[in-house]
Design a binder for this molecule. Structure first.
Ligand SMILES: *Cc1c(COP(=O)(O)O)cnc(C)c1O
Length: 416
């Protein structure tokens, strides 16, 4: 057979070893994939999906049956009462913001119990910026419970904080771009139970990067509302843009009034030509997520073999698709990202460079060669050039291809 990529013996051997080491994890990933795929197939059948559901509506989009069935499929997949899935939700941040503005009212308190939330949510809450119409500008208060020293939710501190009677308890499932562990669905369930035993706060989960990594979703263990992006896990790398909100029917309705207007809610919103991609995307999501997970686990094992600290470790159970690799020097971060880019199906000839990205206090380098701009269910890597000199990578729509990119990145480090 022809060797398309002439890897060094060092990288070939380390990769073979890594594959050997990840057998058990891969078997577990296969099991979860199979279960989730059946769950999605059943949801498609229960909703009588048919060709007509893919056809395009324009203008107001009244009575778009495809749109309504897609909402119902998401609700069923997430074990929720209802959902709203729209290509017009521009990104994860926008979708989360719609849910927050939909549910919170002046003088309410939003209590985040998983430390500082994801960067782009800061402006929504009003931690940064002024006069842009943040929740704070509208009189919504914010409080936070930090994670404990192991990066775990601090249940005792959360219980105490509930005394302020928050309207909403906010949980971020994924590690985002930090080195804290991601939350398991079980852990989210524990927090939700604690909250429900003390008050009637709405439990909201930022579910970005978490969908279909486990067999259950936060809405099945007590979360009242969850939201995420369609160019991450749930869109299965086929949705071209968009987001979803799923959860309690009354809350989804409130979100729909924010998404469109009070009164119109879910009744409007033409789907243009996006339905087919969104249906196919959620249908394929369990498989695509499993490929991304294999890519993450393989990378962890490979870089462990090469002597680096990685988190999560190759044998740890996973709750999101993110893999952090501590490469220790800025030079290695740059080489790694350039290697990942060189193995992309799109823009493989481009050489990424660190740049001063707005909103960051250090230079950042990013690798992404994707069919959909900014899609991070496709293999991508980001590294701020600062301590602890770690790169965060995620995605990979098929493992054989993503594996080559990871091996090219490893090769590019020039480790003897
Ligand atoms: C990606 C992400 C977001 C925001 O999503 P965008 O699509 O980038 O706006 C929010 N929270 C978490 C945990 C994320 O991973």
């Amino acid at each position: 057979m022809k060797e398309f990529f002439p890897f060094s013996d060092k990288i070939k051997n380390a990769s073979a070893l890594a594959l050997e080491k990840t057998k058990e994890q891969f078997a577990e990933i296969e099991k979860i994939k199979e279960y989730n795929q059946q769950k999605i197939l059943a949801a498609f059948m229960h909703n009588n999906v048919c060709e007509a559901d893919f056809s395009e509506t324009t203008g107001y989009g009244y009575g778009d049956r495809g749109r309504e069935k897609l909402d119902a499929i998401y609700a069923e997949a997430f074990g929720a009462e209802d959902a709203i899935v729209r290509h017009s939700f521009t990104c994860g941040t926008h979708t989360l913001a719609i849910a927050l503005y939909g549910i919170l009212r002046p003088n309410d308190t939003m209590l985040c119990v998983t430390g500082t939330p994801y960067d782009t949510i800061h402006g929504v809450i009003g931690l940064t910026g002024e006069g842009m119409g943040s929740l704070k500008d509208f009189g919504v208060n914010y409080a936070q419970v930090d994670l404990d020293k192991n990066g775990r939710p601090d249940l005792a501190a959360i219980e105490k904080a509930l005394e302020i009677k928050p309207k909403m308890v906010y949980i971020q499932r994924s590690r985002g771009y930090s080195l804290r562990p991601s939350l398991s669905v079980d852990e989210i369930g524990e927090i939700a139970s604690l909250v429900k035993s003390k008050c009637d706060a709405v439990v909201m989960v930022d579910n970005c990067y978490g969908e279909f990594v486990e067999t259950r979703e936060p809405t099945e263990v007590g979360a009242d509302i969850i939201a995420g992006s369609l160019i991450k896990n749930a869109g299965g790398a086929l949705a071209r843009t968009g987001g979803y909100i799923a959860g309690r029917k009354d809350l989804v309705e409130l979100c729909s009034y924010r998404a469109t207007t009070p009164g119109l809610g879910k009744e409007v919103g033409c789907t243009l030509g996006e339905n087919r991609n969104m249906f196919m995307g959620i249908f394929n999501a369990p498989i695509v997520v499993s490929e991304a997970l294999k890519t993450a686990v393989f990378s962890a094992a490979l870089f462990e073999d090469l002597g680096f600290k990685v988190t999560p470790a190759s044998n740890e159970s996973r709750h999101d698709i993110i893999q952090a690799l501590c490469l220790e020097t800025p030079e290695r971060l740059i080489k790694f990202c350039q290697g990942i880019q060189s193995g992309a199906p799109v823009d493989s000839f481009v050489v990424p460079e660190p740049w001063d990205m707005p909103g960051y206090d250090s230079k950042v380098i990013m690798a992404a060669g994707a069919f959909i701009m900014g899609s991070s269910i496709e293999l991508s890597a980001d590294a701020p050039l600062r301590e602890p000199y770690a790169v965060w990578m995620q995605g990979g729509i098929n493992f054989p291809s993503a594996k080559v990119a990871v091996m090219l990145a490893a090769e590019n480090l020039g480790i003897k």
